[in-house]
Design a protein around this ligand. Structure first.
Ligand SMILES: Cc1cc2nc3c(=O)[nH]c(=O)nc-3n(C[C@H](O)[C@H](O)[C@H](O)COP(=O)(O)OP(=O)(O)OC[C@H]3O[C@@H](n4cnc5c(N)ncnc54)[C@H](O)[C@@H]3O)c2cc1C
Length: 436
């Protein structure tokens, strides 16, 4: 029997945001029903099967500072040290740049890494270290947001330093080119990753797929706590009533006391559009622009390996390469990630894959041919993280309807941590509203 007989929360979307809200509410004894339109949970971070190999829709990376995501994975039964390959902060652009954080307390580890970085001149290293000290002095807060490119110019970071260090870092963190990216949001990530404990800057590479990592375990947790999680069950309409909200699904209508809409921004805008009180929210969502992420998976013979589990390429189409053999025991499986907009979008999938194959041959002498490749193009992978962006709040003008998702208001760019935090915020505010 539920401790809250009048409350039943409907959650639209079984991605990281929706499942975070579901776990948090279920843990408090609140009955929840999650509706997921796809066959499997996970949304933009989901497992994909291809030629018998377990892939993801894109190679994801977590940072040690993603504390809420890591806490929730552990809460639903994950084991962080087994689920991830944990690497100390390192940035390698094969043959051009290498930065490795030594085992020193933060932020000394970063300053030492910058001062010892290979591939930069002495004056560039000092400029980069000075920049970090200046950000530290400003407590990573800008009086006014600007683009990352503008911030770099203001702090004397020249073109080579930008190309080798700040641009790859910005694209990895914000999935937005430096000329368009919000400096403040980048500083929020740097503040949390580089300025607290050394472990916050660790890079965590998943050994398991992203549906299994959290959403699937979260569904089992929700069900153990009396909730339900329905896949292949999309919500077609949200109908606000005086004392609740009805959700229309193919099989009929279900009534809830509260609803958390955790669908992607495009779907959320469509579902909210008919609700006149939410006009402003819909306008904010529709104003968001999006950025793509392309991932090219290549299955080489098992003996093929890269020198490191993850490394970058300088001035190539492939930005980051991942060796799934070193990360997850999938020997010979390599992934090339190309984040944010660019001329690669003009290539066909075959052309893109063959370009990556040529780069692997030229950079590492890999003469073998892959037995298969798979290009996964996520055209709306994340919102474009521009300066001063107005993101919709989790609380809406309707007192029983909440919004979760990586695009909703928060400190972080579109990341798993941003998505999870938004779900947790919805759960906390919804619980609070039921007490008042
Ligand atoms: C290729 C790629 C690589 C990425 N790399 C990283 C990374 O390295 N690190 C990182 O932190 N982040 C990364 N991200 C971003 C991260 O994946 C997202 O920020 C996060 O997954 C968003 O979660 P969400 O729950 O907000 O939204 P979504 O994952 O979009 O979840 C929304 C869910 O709603 C469902 N849905 C849609 N319509 C309906 C409907 N009508 N009814 C019911 N359900 C519906 C969808 O199927 C989906 O499951 C990456 C994203 C992509 C695409």
């Amino acid at each position: 029997m539920s401790n809250h007989p009048d409350i039943h929360v409907g959650i639209i979307g079984g991605g990281y945001a929706g499942m975070a809200a579901a776990v948090e509410l279920a843990a408090q004894g609140i009955p929840v029903t999650v509706f997921e339109s796809a066959k499997q949970l996970g949304g933009r971070a989901r497992g994909v099967e291809c030629n018998g190999a377990q892939l993801d829709n894109g190679q994801h990376l977590l940072l040690g500072c993603y504390r809420d995501t890591l806490r929730l994975i552990a809460k639903v039964g994950g084991d962080i040290e087994q689920d991830f390959l944990r690497l100390p902060l390192q940035l390698d652009l094969h043959g051009h740049f290498s930065l490795r954080a030594p085992r020193l307390p933060a932020p000394l580890h970063l300053l030492t890494a910058l001062l010892k970085a290979e591939g930069l001149s002495w004056s560039e290293r000092i400029k980069a270290a000075r920049f970090m000290l200046a950000l530290h002095g400003m407590q990573f807060r800008l009086p006014q947001d600007m683009t990352v490119a503008e911030l770099l110019v203001k702090h004397g970071q020249d073109a080579d330093l930008t190309l080798k260090l700040w641009e790859p870092l910005t694209i990895a963190a914000l999935n937005t080119p430096v000329r368009k990216a919000s400096a403040q949001v980048l500083l929020n990530v740097l503040r949390d990753a580089l300025n607290r404990t050394r472990a916050d800057s660790d890079m965590l590479l998943p050994r398991t797929d992203f549906t299994a990592l959290f959403p699937q375990r979260a569904a089992a947790y929700v069900e153990r706590h009396g909730g339900e999680v329905l896949t292949s069950c999309g919500v077609e309409a949200i109908v606000p009533m005086d004392d609740g909200i009805e959700l229309v699904i193919a099989a009929g209508t279900q009534r809830f006391s509260h609803v958390v809409c955790a669908a992607s921004p495009v779907v959320a805008a469509k579902l909210l559009h008919p609700i006149t009180a939410l006009e402003n929210t819909v306008r904010q969502i529709e104003a968001l622009e999006h950025q793509p992420i392309y991932t090219v998976y290549l299955q080489y013979p098992a003996h093929v390996a890269l020198p490191h589990p993850m490394l970058g390429l300088h001035r190539r189409t492939s930005q980051w390469l991942f060796d799934k053999g070193r990360i997850a025991g999938q020997h010979g499986l390599l992934a090339s990630v190309i984040s944010a907009e660019g001329i690669h979008q003009e290539l066909s999938q075959d052309e893109l894959a063959h370009r990556v194959i040529a780069e692997l041959r030229e950079e590492f002498g890999i003469a073998d041919t892959p037995s298969w490749f798979k290009v996964i193009a996520e055209k709306r992978a994340t919102f474009c993280c521009a300066p001063g962006l107005q993101r919709p709040a989790q609380q809406t003008a309707h007192p029983r309807l909440w919004l979760a998702g990586d695009y909703t208001a928060g400190d972080y760019p579109a990341t798993l941590e941003g998505a999870v935090q938004s779900g947790l915020r919805c759960a906390a505010a919804l619980l609070q509203s039921t007490k008042s």
